[in-house]
Design a protein around this ligand. Structure first.
Ligand code: SF4
Length: 385
């Protein structure tokens, strides 16, 4: 029996943030309802493909999943439970934006078995939030956070962002201080990436963005400050108190099996990768064209299904695994690929070690602090031409 993680994409937001290039948009209640019906159909029909899997994590992401009426969320999770074999303990996360889930909704989530809440705060400074077009302010976030605790959530992630327009090292530190004072179990801290085609990109001349060096300093400070407060960095941008690392995300980095339901959602099962269409019309056509239940459903049924070559699997093993602070296990590589990591990557490993960017420890290879600073460079070295 193999472990399976399920991702469910909810592509709706109150309105678009100025930096956002994710698959999300504002929609009417009727549009949301008909989308959920498509999701339910996909979840049920594809379950035959996963008879020898058991579900260890479910992640409702977006977009803003907490925009859905609570009963729709309940219906989606019921469909998963009724059609899939569930592990005894399943990490079930929902992403929630401040102000989109009142106390009642949060209590309903608990009754549906949701045991992890991920709140998109980004900054505790209202002027920084306004500059990137977030719908909430810090006070709204505090209400949502408090309500989540009162509803019974004991595993909460808070998302923060560095390198925001107009952000200083001091204001970023203040965000870190305020957030850690709330004692969440998990903190994600990513740097803003200015994507072409977003309104913030078009207005970039109007703002002062932190320099690359300031961005690096923010990263360094995040690690040191959160370390002092008892949060262990377990991935380049993710920190957790002991026992609260996100199981679902680790599956991506460790290349476990995961299936994505919904618009644009990506899947990878047994080294086969595919993605759902990104346009609603095409997604609807896909779901409506699906057989209701076909016992011999194969991956060939999925749009764009592609079997990764051994080289691509090796590359992913390295560059995804190195994102985690525990690094990659050499024996696991040898067993999986029938070749020693040293035989495949020996020269690259030697070169990276001589530059002080990776280290070997207990049969594992991991990034050093310097390597984390230039992780994109290190990971690119593990790609074959
Ligand atoms: S809440 Fe997230 S997904 Fe929605 S518009 Fe803002 S950044 Fe994009």
């Amino acid at each position: 029996m193999r472990d399976l993680s399920i991702y469910i994409h909810i592509p709706f937001c109150v309105r678009k943030c100025l930096y956002c290039d994710f698959l999300s948009y504002a929609a009417s209640a009727a549009e949301m309802k008909s989308y959920v019906n498509l999701l339910l159909r996909q979840i049920k029909a594809e379950s035959v493909f996963y008879r020898d899997h058991r579900v260890v994590s479910v992640f409702l992401g977006g977009g803003t999943p907490s925009l859905l009426p609570a009963e729709e969320v309940g219906g989606i999770l019921r469909a998963v439970r009724e059609n899939y074999r569930m592990a005894d303990e399943v990490e079930t996360t929902i992403e929630c934006n401040p102000g989109t889930a009142a106390a009642e909704k949060l209590k309903d989530y608990i009754t549906y078995g949701i045991n992890r809440l991920s709140i998109g705060l980004q900054s505790t400074k209202n002027e920084e939030l306004a500059r990137i077009g977030r719908i909430h302010n810090y006070e709204t976030f505090l209400n949502t956070y408090q309500a989540a605790r009162e509803a019974g959530f004991t595993n909460i992630n808070i998302d923060l962002m560095a390198a925001l327009p107009g952000q200083s090292i001091a204001s970023y530190r203040e965000s870190l201080e305020r957030v850690t004072a709330l004692l969440p179990e998990h903190i994600s801290a990513y740097s803003l990436i200015l994507e072409e085609g977003t309104p913030l990109y078009d207005r970039r001349e109007q703002y002062h963005f932190p320099t690359e060096e300031e961005d690096r300093n923010m990263y360094q400070m995040t690690k040191e400050y959160l370390g002092e407060k008892g949060y262990q960095r377990y991935e380049i941008s993710n920190y957790a108190r002991e026992g609260f690392a996100c199981r679902h995300n680790q599956v991506y980095w460790q290349r476990g099996d995961y299936v994505g339901f919904g618009l644009g959602a990506a899947s990878m099962v047994r080294d086969v990768r595919w993605s759902m269409p990104e346009s609603m019309g095409a997604y609807q056509d896909y779901v409506e064209g699906m057989p209701v239940r076909v016992d011999n459903l194969s991956y060939r049924h999925f749009p764009g299904a592609y079997v990764l070559t051994i080289q691509e699997q090796m590359e992913e093993f390295m560059f995804l695994g190195l994102r985690m602070m525990c690094g990659v296990d050499c024996r696991t590589f040898d067993d999986k690929f029938g070749q020693e990591m040293e035989a495949v990557y020996g020269p690259v490993i030697a070169q990276m070690m001589s530059q002080g960017l990776i280290q070997k420890e207990g049969g594992r290879i991991k990034l050093t602090d310097r390597g984390i600073d230039v992780s994109n460079y290190v990971m690119a070295e593990f790609l074959f031409e």
